[in-house]
Write a protein that binds this ligand. Structure first.
Ligand code: FAD
Length: 245
């Protein structure tokens, strides 16, 4: 279990916050009745809320996820600084504008590879810059945790959709592909914001400009018509009149 402690913290935080979002939307869909115990959402609302508190509050789990990752790096179980240095060197070169290859989901895989570079760049520069002080800079740890969580979910989602497409064919999972694209599009913004908040807190001048430029490069995504994607996802739910994914 200890081997997967970082993943467990990530899943606990992401799962409980997703559940709260879904429950909150459930209350909203019922309108005024959502607030009343005559509708089924009030109990769900309270039951779901505890998950962000017990088994380690989400604030503590966010910090733990990064702390455990950094400890693994210090023990030599995880090479963080090697890839982080490679990403820093890549910033000095001309950006790679290609989509990698024409294999299935090549663009999405490239987006995720870039998200990884963004996380490595921010985590690596934070370690280099703040060293032992990093443990006390909780806001920066939170920023890195948020980036890590989005990266982990993005890659898990892509791998699941690829498996599904292998079983059903691309045409058999149109809405799931929509979900992946909407998620990556949204995650790019969130990773960019969390990264910026971190970078702006421990750098200035040329170094800051360089890191912000790198972050922009690594969180760039092709435009997605999220309105149409979300409509397709919702239309299938409405047609089937049940959870169908
Ligand atoms: C219904 C329920 C069931 C429970 N079941 C169990 C159980 O079976 N076994 C068990 O051992 N415990 C159980 N608990 C206790 C639960 O684990 C604790 O409530 C939880 O760990 C939070 O601790 P606390 O209540 O002391 O809050 P505090 O630790 O005082 O935290 C208060 C707030 O401050 C934040 N905070 C604290 N420290 C920091 C920090 N360093 N940086 C940033 N933010 C911080 C927290 O995230 C939280 O938002 C249960 C609690 C409830 C409500």
């Amino acid at each position: 279990m200890e081997q997967y402690a970082v993943e467990a913290a990530i899943l606990k935080v992401y799962g409980s916050e997703t559940l709260d979002y879904v429950t909150d939307e459930g209350v909203q869909i019922y309108g005024g009745m959502g607030y009343s115990s005559d509708a089924p959402m009030d109990r769900a609302y309270r039951d779901s809320r505890i998950n962000r508190i017990f088994e380690g509050t989400n604030e503590i789990n966010r910090m733990l996820a990064v702390d455990m990752m950094l400890k693994k790096a210090m023990k030599g179980d995880l090479d963080l600084m090697g890839p982080a240095t490679a990403v820093a060197n890549e910033l000095l070169q001309i950006p790679d504008m290609s989509n990698g290859s024409d294999e299935l989901f090549a663009a999405e895989k490239k987006t995720i590879a870039n998200f990884k570079k963004a996380v490595l760049m921010v985590a690596g520069s934070a370690v280099q810059k703040l060293m032992m002080e990093l443990a006390k800079e909780q806001e920066v740890l939170m920023n890195i945790a948020d980036m890590l969580i989005d990266l982990y979910v993005a890659e898990s989602l892509q791998l699941r959709i690829e498996k599904l497409a292998g079983m059903r064919g691309e045409a058999g999972c149109t809405e799931e592909i929509d979900m992946m694209r909407v998620f990556l599009y949204d995650a790019a913004e969130r990773i960019n914001k969390a990264g910026k908040d971190a970078i702006n807190s421990y750098t200035s001048g040329d170094e800051q400009r360089m890191l912000l430029m790198g972050l922009k490069r690594f969180t760039k995504v092709a435009p997605v018509n999220v309105k149409e994607s979300r409509r397709r996802i919702a239309a299938k739910l409405i047609t089937e009149n049940k959870y169908c994914y």
